[in-house]
Design a protein around this ligand. Structure first.
Ligand SMILES: [Zn+2]
Length: 299
């Protein structure tokens, strides 16, 4: 069972990831150990004590690397199981049955990943394409729903530009996953507050987890939407992160870095009337509730 350290938690990050094969772009291989450690030490200074690492099978997940970063920085790095989305799904997804995929995820949650002895704290990030759930993506959704029901582990999804968020929530709930254990990811990118509120009404959580990706969505939208969500009493269902995935996102290579959330976004929230209690809700209490509570039950 997952126990968080006291402090802030980022809920959707990649410490190391490699999508360069499919994307044909070496920038998508994030493997900059020293630069990452340097940024994480700064995060520690800002009060970050936990990060949910959502890189899984087919995305270049590297548990040994993650553990080395954890040891060098003191930030607890929680890892994930599952499969991402088309066209990043490994052959295993096509070649295995839904039951086999589910059992592999259950094993990684309950016993550990490979022979590392490190257990997955979440199932994710698995997702859908833009406005479309492709057949192999549905297979993953079915298998991951089974794994979530059997383990009680939280699930965290990827929506492409915030599309199909409602459909993802409906699918998971219909397949027995408890709403409070679900995080629908990247919903800030929908830039549609009405849609986000409709998803929150279902009792699931949403990720405003691409903070600082201004080419996709201005932070002013994120702040305005969060204000409206708070006024509707739904801020307890939102988590924050940045989803750093490229070398060029790191400060050393000209990017905004993992620290942006603390250096730029939190000041913007405070300027716009957010209290420390609300910020603590987003970065401490909501992650703790979602990651620590397990609703184990018989399959
Ligand atoms: Zn991601």
């Amino acid at each position: 069972m997952t126990v968080l350290k006291d402090g802030y938690t980022l809920m959707h990050e990649h410490v190391t990831i490699d999508l360069s094969g499919v994307k044909k772009d070496l920038d998508c291989r994030l493997d900059c150990f020293d630069e990452t450690v340097e940024e994480f030490r700064q995060l520690y200074e800002y009060g970050v004590r936990n990060i949910l690492e959502v890189t899984n099978m087919g995305m270049g997940r590297d548990i040994a690397y993650i553990k080395r970063v954890e040891e060098a920085t003191g930030i607890q790095l929680l890892v994930s199981t599952g499969f991402y989305k088309e066209p990043f799904l490994p052959d295993m997804v096509r070649e295995s049955t839904v039951e086999e995929l589910a059992e592999l995820a259950v094993k990684e949650v309950q016993e550990g990943i490979g022979d590392t002895g490190v257990r997955a704290s979440a199932i994710g990030e698995f997702g859908t394409s833009k406005n479309e759930m492709k057949p192999m993506e549905e297979k993953v959704f079915e298998a991951m729903s089974l794994a979530a029901c059997r383990t009680g582990a939280p699930v965290t999804t990827h929506t492409t530009l915030g599309t199909l968020g409602e459909e993802q929530a409906d699918y998971l709930i219909a397949h027995g996953v408890k709403p409070e254990k679900i995080i629908i990811g990247h919903m800030d990118l929908s830039q549609d507050t009405k849609k986000i509120l409709a998803i929150l009404e279902k009792g699931v959580n949403v990720g405003f987890d691409t903070v600082g990706k201004l080419n996709y969505c201005p932070d002013t939208f994120r702040v305005k939407a969060l204000r409206e969500i708070a006024e509707r009493g739904r801020l307890s269902q939102v988590v924050l992160s940045m989803d750093i995935t490229r070398k060029s996102h790191l400060k050393a290579f000209g990017g905004i870095g993992y620290g942006y959330l603390f250096e730029s976004f939190l000041p913007l929230l405070r300027e716009n009337g957010f209290s420390e209690e609300e910020i603590d809700m987003l970065l401490i209490h909501n992650p703790k509730r979602i990651l620590e509570q397990r609703g184990e039950r018989e399959a």
